[in-house]
Write a protein that binds this ligand. Structure first.
Ligand SMILES: C[S@@+](CC[C@H](N)C(=O)[O-])C[C@H]1O[C@@H](n2cnc3c(N)ncnc32)[C@H](O)[C@@H]1O
Length: 227
């Protein structure tokens, strides 16, 4: 997995070096599609109360731009994480002095937050075999769960109708990842699709903890039982 990560890092360091802090710098065609993805992913968050957020694969921090535009009143403690040091350097330069925002280089969330988002982070597999890529994605989803108190949201590209092989990209039907999040991560999952892009978004929440059943011989049970 180390070599795979190194290839991904090199790829995105190349895009930001070529195009700067712009949608093309993080491999998106334009800001409209980038923002449309944020609209879907942020549906996992409850904006009525302040919250903390891990933006995993944050690029140059375009999500902060979007939050300022669409949720100016929201109190969000933002942490952007990216595997590419060049990407994080661009993000820090862009957001110098921004309150309640920090950027770190990494390939795990590294710190707990209420929510996490990952937009576009699983899309470019650079010719790695799909099974290797899926193992890698499973690792990242497990980390997103481990570091999210409430829930997290991710997106994936849908397969093309003509099924033409694209070695560079990873596409998947939603069922593959819905099953993983429900069965392996024991989370509840909401699927969003049909929002104008050939992709889908999953809103994934931890299940509320159920109280442990009372032990028959416990002191409380003994106090209450009739003599
Ligand atoms: C398609 S770009 C999207 C950037 C940003 N989320 C946005 O929508 O503007 C994907 C980003 O994920 C980062 N990334 C890819 N794999 C990663 C990993 N394993 N850990 C951390 N960041 C990763 C890349 O460096 C890149 O900045």
């Amino acid at each position: 997995m180390r070599r795979l990560r190194a290839r991904v890092r090199e790829y995105y360091s190349g895009t930001i070096e070529r195009h700067g802090p712009t949608p093309r710098g993080v491999d998106w065609p334009n800001a409209v599609s980038q923002y449309l993805r944020f609209v879907q992913l942020l549906k996992v968050c409850d904006f009525r109360t302040p919250f903390s957020l891990n933006d995993f694969g944050c690029g140059y921090g375009a999500l902060l731009e979007f939050l300022a535009m669409r949720h100016a009143e929201a109190e969000v403690a933002y942490r952007g994480i990216d595997i590419s040091a060049a990407m994080i350097a661009a993000a820090r330069a862009r957001w110098t002095g921004r309150r309640r925002a920090e950027f770190v280089v990494g390939s795990t969330c590294g710190r707990m937050a209420d929510y996490a988002l990952a937009s576009g982070t699983f899309n470019v597999r650079l010719g790695h075999p799909p099974t290797d890529w899926e193992n890698y994605v499973e690792t990242m989803l497990s980390d997103l769960k481990a570091c999210s108190r409430v829930g997290f949201a991710v997106n994936f590209m849908l397969p093309h109708d003509d099924k033409a092989a694209e070695d560079e990209l990873y596409r998947s039907p939603p069922e593959r990842w819905i099953a993983f999040c429900r069965q392996e991560l024991d989370c509840s999952v909401r699927l969003l699709k049909g929002y104008g892009l050939r992709e889908f978004t999953l809103l994934i929440r931890r299940k509320p903890r159920t109280a442990a059943p009372r032990q028959a011989g416990s002191r409380k049970a003994a106090r209450r039982s009739p003599r």
